[in-house]
Design a protein around this ligand. Structure first.
Ligand SMILES: [Zn+2]
Length: 283
């Protein structure tokens, strides 16, 4: 248990949730963690099947317990709408079911948040640079496909936590625009158009065969490194806004040590793309 002085408490708020009242304290406290810099860089691609795939080919699954409670919630919601009587006073059965739905909803959102925090922290702890695709927040509400909207909402929450932990660990975090990340060949750069159902990237130009999401994750990382290179060259400014809200590329640079940052860019340059990524030393 950590104790705070009364001067550190900025605001107290009482909130009502489906299962009771809660007291929230807003604490003035600068959290900072010591980050072990290893030079590891990663790009991540959101998926419907997997929660995300990273540029090293690793996947993080959507946990089974979460899918289970989401299913239970959907069922309860269906039952609720069956009990709804148009233009009439609702029955006590309806109200009971409404309570049930609200509690399930709360449970799912807590489970999702817990999971987002754990996954985001693990990702930030083991990398010095994290690149992800920016999501247009305005598209979040517009999407009518339930599975897609659920995954978008949890993805958005996850990236918010990644940003938060990146700040605390003082690592670099970049959101890149999503154009062409699934189409481009991550090896030769050729455009390889594919249907949504095509799970494998097969390049007719360089014969690369890769999992579709893995290919995208590598492209996302490459884009991020390109932005980082431009940032180091001073051709792009630093953005303070939420990159997701912005819907365009946003660079969240918390580690201001330029030497450290250029070291991040260089090992990847030697592996590929040396012509395309601007070098800090050329500035
Ligand atoms: Zn290719």
């Amino acid at each position: 248990m950590v104790y705070y002085s009364s001067q550190q408490i900025r605001r107290v708020r009482v909130v009502k949730r489906a299962d009771g009242y809660y007291c929230q304290f807003l604490i003035n406290y600068d959290r900072e963690e010591k980050h072990e810099f290893t030079g590891s860089v990663v790009g991540i691609d959101l998926g419907l099947k997997e929660f995300y795939t990273d540029s090293n080919g690793n996947t993080v699954e959507n946990p089974r317990f979460l899918r289970k409670s989401e299913k239970r919630l959907k069922k309860a919601q269906r039952r609720l709408s069956k009990r709804h009587q148009k233009g009439q006073k609702q029955s006590s059965n309806y109200h009971k079911q409404r309570q049930k739905v609200a509690k399930l909803h709360l449970k799912v959102s807590r489970q999702r948040k817990d999971r987002a925090i754990k996954d985001a922290l693990a990702l930030v702890q083991s990398n010095d640079l994290v690149v992800y695709e920016a999501l247009k927040v305005s598209n979040l509400v517009k999407n009518h496909k339930l599975a897609k909207s659920i995954s978008d909402a949890s993805w958005y929450q996850f990236t918010q936590w990644v940003n938060y932990f990146a700040k605390i660990h003082k690592i670099t975090c970049i959101a890149v625009p999503p154009q062409f990340t699934t189409i481009d060949c991550s090896v030769c750069g050729a455009k390889v158009y594919k249907a949504l159902s095509t799970r494998t990237h097969q390049c007719p130009h360089c014969q690369t065969v890769l999992d579709r999401d893995w290919n995208a994750a590598i492209n996302i990382l490459k884009k991020g490194l390109k932005y980082l290179g431009e940032y180091l060259n001073g051709t792009v400014g630093q953005t303070e806004t939420d990159p997701n809200d912005w819907g365009e590329s946003g660079l969240w640079v918390f580690n201001r040590d330029v030497e450290d940052l250029s070291r991040l860019v260089e090992p990847v340059i030697s592996r590929s793309d040396s012509g395309r990524i601007p070098r800090h030393s050329e500035a």
